[in-house]
Ligand binder design. Structure first.
Ligand code: WTA
Length: 666
């Protein structure tokens, strides 16, 4: 594997480490959870209650989807009015908990303020400069109600869309919950995305209101988010109001202001009532839309099923209990944060950490210091972050006492066994099982993942959770074993997407057209002899850099939108930290001279079009890129060349000589 090669050891110490790794991998390939630990877990207690003796029996029993999802739903959520049917499955259309009256905010906030949890801390927020705020469930409830009332005063009603462009500050969940409370639909745009990306999404969902902040802190600098939002709103005609939270500790007065459209958050909420009626919705009403790629793809999730799915999977996979301090270190702008920083944890009533800044600011001990200072018990991050931490070295980790941790998690991309072992050894002190959770924006919740009772194999997300199914199909739709194929999910689950916003045909085409009535995940995977799943990455067309999904074609079209570019081909290249890095082959227009200056200009151009994360790591100038006769760029061929693999059949190419061009460029 390329990633392994890249991790070649350099010093004697590293050679020793590699030996340790071999011992761990070869001799203890399967990591069994300790019985003492297992006995105490939420899932084990549930099994005891239902007379279920083993993990396998649990998986078997949960195949009765209506029984399983009906039972767990009533344990994690409170309906205003109960459902009369668990599931209505008419592929690709699905409805869960039919007839139920519901609102997710009832479970996330309203129910808690009537119990002892009223004074429990919901969020511990740490800003990058070191400022700390602790918000109890009551604090959150009041803030949400005030903002919800302010939104109503702007005429936001049930079904209206609100675009949210905020960094990792408590106001982001507050804004989401305020929308959900009044039945409005939120579309959160990652604060690392560009103004163009924000604008496209606002226009795609025809947002009435936008919510942002003046600026925020990242790597010691201020990111001027309000100016970026202004830029986005220049061509977003449906947005009539913009609410601006004052995050900056100095300089807010210098922020450009549009008197008619802009409103300071603190001013419009100041005199609002502390209570706000929670809109009684249908369990299948839309909660939010989101997408991972530069081009908007509004993945729809509904209140009821999504609430059950997030809360239930979180209580089982990460075994959350009232005393836990949970830290999901993802950004709320992505689905991981939506599901497992906002909705899941709040429904369960746990205390979560929100950290604003970079993991290595001011130095690489920041994360470990947060774990120690707040006594984090369950920690969830991405393989990219783990590899970054490995690179900085365990010296930084050792400065802190991480003994509060009891479980760890990984998400966003396949975790290579080296990173798994490092995480297990240095962060988890060889005590903590690692929950490698496979899922997607579309799935809303974990789908393939171990439970704390599952024997683990480093690098495998293990098996579908109880109540989920998955398989690997060949091109003809036959299930296959021990060979790479297309990952599919044959049965529905409560958190699954309900469609794409305003694009039912596209929804059918992307996910349901390859195999009739079967959900196609878009990943390549392999099932081993024990039916453990090994995810190998995205099928052609999407690359995964630092845990972010970016369409190759989006980066290509951003490049081509530059006046000096004629054509571009983009591929993902294995990268030791980010999983994949972005490599672009660019054909310039006639007469344009390739040089380093242009190279950086193009990188910045993509940054502006999509966001910094999509900037190509490398740009190679070529005179042609391989194409089929119909003009489709053959990324497969380019990738094979770059990786030194056989290029396969190139008979269909219209310009086989372009392959030589690629060869020369690499
Ligand atoms: C990849 C993030 C391997 C996969 C929750 C998927 C993973 C895409 C894992 C979804 C994992 C996510 N092992 N690959 N544990 N988790 N992926 O929509 O390719 O941002 O299709 O959702 O990330 O990315 P998304």
């Amino acid at each position: 594997m390329r990633i392994k090669e890249n991790m070649k050891t350099k010093t004697e110490k590293d050679v020793e480490k590699t030996k340790d790794l071999k011992v761990l991998l070869d001799e203890k390939r399967v990591f069994k959870p300790s019985e003492e630990f297992t006995e105490q877990t939420n899932v084990k207690k549930w099994m005891d209650k239902h007379g279920i003796k083993s993990y396998d029996e649990l998986l078997e029993k949960a195949k009765d989807l209506e029984w399983f999802w009906g039972t767990v739903a009533n344990e994690v959520v409170e309906w205003f009015e109960p459902y009369n049917k668990v599931l209505d499955w008419n592929p690709p259309w699905v409805k869960w908990y039919i007839g139920a009256k519901y609102n997710i905010v009832h479970d996330a906030l309203d129910k808690h303020v009537k119990t002892w949890r009223k004074n429990k801390v919901a969020y511990i927020f740490e800003g990058e400069p070191g400022d700390v705020r602790k918000l109890t469930y009551w604090d959150l409830y009041v803030e949400v109600n005030k903002l919800a009332n302010a939104l109503k005063s702007f005429g936001v009603c049930k079904g209206d869309r609100v675009g949210i462009y905020l960094p990792m500050i408590p106001e982001l969940p507050i804004a989401m919950l305020a929308c959900a409370k009044i039945g409005a639909i939120h579309s959160v745009v990652f604060s690392g995305f560009s103004a163009t990306a924000f604008r496209e999404r606002l226009n795609d969902c025809e947002a009435k209101v936008a919510i942002t902040c003046d600026g925020f802190y990242r790597r010691g600098k201020v990111i001027p988010l309000k100016s970026m939002a202004d830029d986005a709103l220049r061509e977003a005609p449906t947005v009539k109001h913009m609410i601006v939270y004052k995050r900056m500790t100095a300089g807010s007065e210098l922020v450009p202001w549009n008197e008619e459209r802009d409103h300071w958050w603190h001013e419009i909420t100041k005199d609002q009532p502390r209570t706000c009626e929670t809109e009684i919705l249908d369990a299948n009403d839309i909660l939010y839309t989101s997408g991972t790629t530069g081009k908007p793809k509004g993945v729809i999730h509904a209140h009821g099923g999504y609430a059950v799915g997030t809360a239930h999977t979180l209580r089982w996979v990460f075994d959350l209990k009232p005393e836990d301090i949970w830290w999901c270190a993802a950004d709320i702008g992505w689905v991981t944060g939506h599901s497992y920083i906002v909705y899941g944890p709040l429904i369960l009533g746990v205390t979560s950490i929100i950290y604003e800044g970079a993991p290595d600011y001011p130095n690489p001990e920041r994360w470990w210091s947060i774990i120690e200072r707040y006594g984090v018990t369950v920690f969830y991050t991405s393989p990219t972050s783990i590899r970054l931490a490995m690179r900085f070295g365990e010296e930084w980790v050792k400065k802190h006492d991480l003994s509060s941790l009891r479980l760890l998690g990984s998400v966003g991309e396949p975790i290579n066994p080296e990173a798994w072992i490092w995480y297990y050894t240095h962060i988890g002190g060889k005590r903590c099982q690692i929950m490698d959770t496979w899922w997607q924006t579309e799935s809303g919740t974990f789908c393939i993942s171990p439970l704390p009772i599952t024997p683990l194999k480093p690098g495998s997300a293990t098996k579908p959770l109880p109540g989920f199914t998955a398989d690997v199909y060949d091109e003809d739709g036959n299930p296959i074993q021990n060979r790479g194929g297309n990952l599919v999910q044959p049965t529905p689950w409560p958190g699954m997407l309900r469609g794409l916003y305003k694009a039912p045909e596209r929804f059918k085409e992307i996910y349901w057209s390859k195999y009739p009535n079967i959900y196609l995940a878009g990943d390549v995977a392999r099932k081993d002899d024990d039916n453990y799943f090994w995810i190998q990455g995205r099928a052609d067309g999407v690359l995964n850099t630092a845990g972010h999904r970016i369409g190759n074609s989006e980066v290509e079209s951003a490049l081509v939108s530059h006046e000096k570019v004629a054509e571009a081909a983009v591929i993902g290249e294995p990268h030791e930290v980010k999983g994949e890095s972005i490599l672009a082959f660019v054909v310039l227009k006639k007469g344009v001279e390739p040089n380093d200056e242009l190279r950086s200009e193009l990188r910045e151009h993509v940054g502006k079009e999509i966001g910094k994360i999509a900037r190509p790591d490398k740009i190679k100038f070529v005179t042609d890129v391989p194409k089929t006769r119909s003009g489709k760029i053959m990324r497969r061929v380019i990738r094979a060349k770059v990786l030194g693999l056989p290029v396969g059949d190139i008979a269909t190419l219209s310009n086989p000589e372009a392959v030589e061009e690629i060869d020369k460029a690499i």
